[in-house]
Every structure is written in C-alpha cells, then in structure tokens.
Design a protein around this ligand. Structure first.
Ligand SMILES: Cc1ncc(COP(=O)(O)O)c(C=O)c1O
Length: 402
C-alpha cells in the first residue's frame, strides 16, 4: 500500500456549532462515507468462502499450496492438542512455549540469520521493528510502494520519515547523505501490488556507506526466492549481515498465520525488551506455530516447490502479455495485470469468479499509483491444466483496454 493512501475521512459535520451540538446519531457520518465510497466505485465487502469452495484460487497468498497440506494441518492440530488452542498469555508472561523457541531457531537457520522472534502477525512484526529501532531524531527512509504495515510502523515511530520514490537507491542515498545520526531504510523485498523486487544490493550499499540499518519485509520472498525458498535476503547475500533485519509472515508461503523478525541476536534481544507489539500481545497460537514449523520443514525437504511457484508466475505473465494484456514482469510469485478503471477491475474480477476463478482486485486506495489491477498469485501446486484454465478465463473476460 502507498504511503499516503489512507482513505480520507469525510468532513466532520457533527462538530458542535454556535447553535449547539448537531442533531442526529453519532454515526450518521458513516452514511456519508459509504455514499462517497459508492460514488467512487470503491465499496468493499466480505465474501466468506465455504470450506469446499469450488473456485480455482489465484487470489490468496498460499504460494506453495501448503495451507491444506496434510503434514501442515496435522501438525497444527497436534500442536493445539499438545499446547492448547491459545498461547494463554503474552510471550514474556506465559505465551512462550518450546514450540515457539523451536520455530524461531529453525526459521533463523533456514533463512540464514543469527536469531528470530515470532510475533502474532507480519503486521505486528513490522510495527515492532520500526518502532523499536527508531527514536526522535532517527531518519527513516521508506520506499513509496511499501506495505501498509511498514507505513504504519513509520507513523507510530516518533522518527522523521522521508518517503523515497519507488525502487530508487539513488534517492535513498541522497536522503541518507543529508542526515547525521541514526537512520533506518525500510523496504518490501517484493512489492505486494506489482510483484516487482526491490534493488536490495544497491540499498544495502547505500546503507553501508552511511552507517544506516536496512529493514526488508520479505513477506513475498520467503518460500519463493533464494536457494530452496530461503528468501530475498539469502538470494542477495544479505542474510546474516550485521546491519540487516528482515521481517516475514508465516501466512503466505508457510500456509499458516503469524510473523517473525530475523536479524542479529542483539536486535532480537532489544525487541524482546522494547517492542510494544511483541510485549503487549498474546503469543502466537500454538496451532499456527506448529503449522508454520511443519511447512518450513517441508520446504526444506522439497526445494522444487519454490522454484515451481516462480515458474508458474513467469508462465502466467508470458501468456497474458502474449494475449495483449499489460502485466508487470514478476520477480517472485505475484503477477499484476492492469485494468482500465476501478469499475472495470471489479467487473473483470467478478466475471472471472463467475467462470470459476478467484483473482485479487486491487484499486484505490490500495494501489500506489491510482491504477487498478487484477492481482494473481502463482501457486506451486497449480497443474498445467489449471494454468490453461486460468489464462483462458482471464483473457476471455478481459475488458477493452484504453
Ligand atoms: C508485504 C507484506 N508485509 C506484511 C504483511 C502482513 O503480514 P500478516 O498478514 O502476517 O500480518 C503482508 C500481508 O498481507 C504483506 O503483503
């Protein structure tokens, strides 16, 4: 999500006036907000899916098809039976089990970092790092295409945030050069809207030149990029670097739920002592920890899965662009296809759905450039027939492009 894309709230028409408080219910303003969303074609609604959903899923982030893998679901169920349905408390009180410790050790080892800390979500992990590693006077340089959780981390921190143009290491260098003192550069490894990769080596070089730390959100890289899915940091030789911290989610390639921070042991120790989204949050549910650990071990045994996810993404991109659609070349497993307008994107996604294919639909305010798209996630477990069906449906339902 872009840095400044929070939906604007409607004007406050309920503020007291000289004539006294405005009449009506305290929530009347929500009707105005809804009407504005409707006018802009930007209404969102939940669509609960049944357990036996017949749709072919290119909308979720289950890149390796592990969320329903029997080894993963069995491990999740077993962990719930052994440790309980919930963690019972925050990690520093009663919510740290040996299972959490095992997951942290194996996750750090798999990705090539000294230490790891598991939190209840990737969102919480990003808030934890950005807030705990900054103070008033720290400069944070944040890519314009970063995920909402990094943006919110910047907003929560009391640091000065400078938004750098998307994937522009020279701009980052310039921002760092104008600052004396502590600095943190934050970026997604693979951007969630367009699926393009950040220029990590150049960003790391800029950080090194100015003594800045680098935080990389590898939510879309873990399980897809790097040798056997070890992530974008391993792929670029930055895993284990003393000045680099990564965050991951356990909810995409690992098919489970939760998040983690990976980095030097002294960073992890600092987070345990100071990160509010770690300290004041109930520990990750044992079932989620157990499921994620089983998925991690499975990826370690089956390195062909990450490679296949990338292959499916490239094939989707090749065939959709050959058919005349505009899609961004995928650096990982996200394939983004442009739509001419928000309304057309919504209709396109609905037509795909009617034809049996679930696709993501991204439109303002969730896109950095105001351009609406279909967002497809390539899954390692997609068969060639399903790939044919997906491409056929997306092309057959495509709106006329401007
Ligand atoms: C780039 C990125 N970072 C962080 C997150 C948040 O992770 P989680 O869903 O585990 O909170 C997401 C999830 O959508 C994401 O795409």
């Amino acid at each position: 999500m872009p840095q400044d894309s929070a939906p604007p709230l409607p004007r406050d028409t309920t503020a007291p006036t000289a004539a006294g408080p405005a009449p009506g219910s305290a929530f009347d303003w929500l009707d105005t907000a809804r009407a504005e969303r409707q006018r802009a074609g930007l209404v969102r609604a939940l669509r609960p899916r049944p357990a036996d959903c017949p749709l072919l899923d290119l909308a979720g982030n289950d890149y390796l098809g592990l969320s329903r893998h029997p080894e993963v679901t069995h491990a999740a169920a077993e962990a719930a039976q052994l440790w309980g349905a919930g963690a019972t408390g925050s990690r520093l009180v009663s919510g740290s089990t040996e299972l959490h410790a095992r997951l942290e050790a194996e996750l750090a080892a798999f990705c090539g970092f000294e230490a790891a800390l598991v939190l209840s979500s990737g969102y919480a992990a990003n808030l934890a790092v950005v807030t705990a590693l900054t103070a008033p006077g720290t400069l944070v340089v944040s890519d314009a295409g970063n995920h909402a959780s990094l943006i919110d981390g910047c907003r929560l921190s009391r640091a000065r945030t400078e938004v750098a143009p998307h994937a522009d290491p020279e701009a980052v260098r310039g921002a760092l050069a104008g600052h004396a003192g502590r600095a943190l550069v934050v970026t997604d490894s693979v951007f969630s809207v367009d699926g393009d990769a950040a220029p990590l080596p150049a960003l790391a070089a800029a950080c090194r030149a100015h003594g800045a730390a680098l935080l990389v959100d590898d939510a879309h890289g873990l399980g897809v990029l790097g040798d056997g899915g070890r992530g974008a940091l391993a792929a670029t030789g930055l895993a284990g670097d003393g000045d680099v911290v990564a965050t991951v989610t356990l909810s995409k390639s690992l098919g489970s739920q939760g998040g983690a921070v990976l980095g030097p042991a002294r960073v992890i120790e600092h987070l345990v002592n100071t990160a509010r989204t770690f300290i004041f949050d109930t520990g990750l549910a044992p079932a989620a920890a157990g499921g994620a650990l089983a998925a991690l071990r499975l990826i370690g045994r089956e390195p062909g899965r990450p490679a296949r996810a990338g292959e499916v993404a490239r094939e989707l991109h090749r065939r959709l662009t050959e058919a005349g659609l505009t899609a961004v070349r995928p650096d990982a497993a996200v394939v983004s296809v442009r739509a001419p307008s928000p309304e057309a994107a919504v209709r396109w996604a609905a037509d795909c759905r009617t034809a049996g294919l679930a696709v993501g639909c991204f439109r303002p305010p969730s896109v950095p450039d105001g351009i609406s798209r279909l967002r497809l996630t390539a899954r390692a477990d997609l068969t060639d027939d399903q790939l044919d069906q997906s491409v056929g449906t997306i092309v057959a339902t495509a709106p006329p492009m401007i």
